[in-house]
Design a binder for this molecule. Sequence first.
Ligand code: FPP
Ligand code: ZN
Length: 352
Amino acid sequence: MSLAAGPGRGGGGASAAQLPDELQLVVDKHVAYIQSLDTRRDELEYHLTEHLRISGIYWGLTALHLLGQPEALPREGLLDFVFSCLHENGGFGAAPGHDPHMLYTCSSVQILAMTDGFAELEKNLPDGKMKIAKYIASLQQPNGTFAGDQWGETDSRFLFCGLLALSLLGMLPNQRPNEPPIIDLTAATDHIKACQNFDGAFGVAPGAESHSGQVYTCVGALTLAGELDSYLGEEGKDRLGAWLSERQLPSGGLNGRPEKLVDVCYSWWVMTSMAMIDRVHWIDQKKLTSFILQCQDPDQGGLADRPGDMVDVFHTCFGIAGLSLLRYPGLVEVDPAYCMSKPLVDKFLGRK
Ligand code: FPP
Ligand code: ZN
């Protein structure tokens, strides 16, 4: 498949034409790698990753959408699997028989949005959208944050995933100002603001060390709530952008916090936060593009955390999503908050 094929964009960022041959994105190989994942049931790794299965499907499907191959996995099979993870209370587990959890509920809602599966949802669970929304709302805690499940562990990841899924369901209070709010959005954003540190970045909970993954969840939550610009202002964006730009190391790759190794998934957590605060140009984009491409397995497809390591679908998704933010030629634009195809999210939410 030609890299120029599909609904890509021209201009800006690194140009593939400037990269040596061995550093081109091997699109066909990545598509084949993702398609092969469900056929590896005789491999130990398939079973060791069962506790993440539905998120794995979301990562693979997102990568395929960004590669311009949204139909490369069969829709019916995807929907059958998603519904096999659905519980009566509106929550989804990672795989059939697994307890419901916020992370897997978010991935399931994202898959339903990507496959236009909400009509089928109603057949499997009458009033399904409202039941999912109520499940998510039931996990909000008195201090505004969200638990991951009924056992009560809290984390800004769960808060972000709750807002993201509610947003795709059209149930965030700021999307329906004339309806009774299903969650306390102000308490949620107040909690996010309390997770910000003196360095301008965010941690998993108030007082916790700044971490780029949590920066994404906190900046993403403020974006979904429509409060990012008013809360941070240009000064706050500069301070956060400075901390994020220090994540780039001489190899061109990014780390998650000081003194840690580079890892291709931070091409997403860091860069998408930079995109949301409009500071992508503070990173050396050509060097980062080159680092991400070096993480590919050029023969079998897929991306690894670092060059030469074993590939996996998590790093494949976030490496490709990072390249999309860097406007790698031929890739579909990614939405920074939703980590899904931007044209799809725009259409789904009726934006623009
Ligand atoms: C690093 O984790 C990444 C994070 C902490 C962010 C995780 C974010 C989510 C689960 C929300 C995802 C939602 C979407 C839509 C993409 P790590 O455990 O690898 O950290 P480490 O590098 O410090 O080990
Ligand atoms: Zn990683």
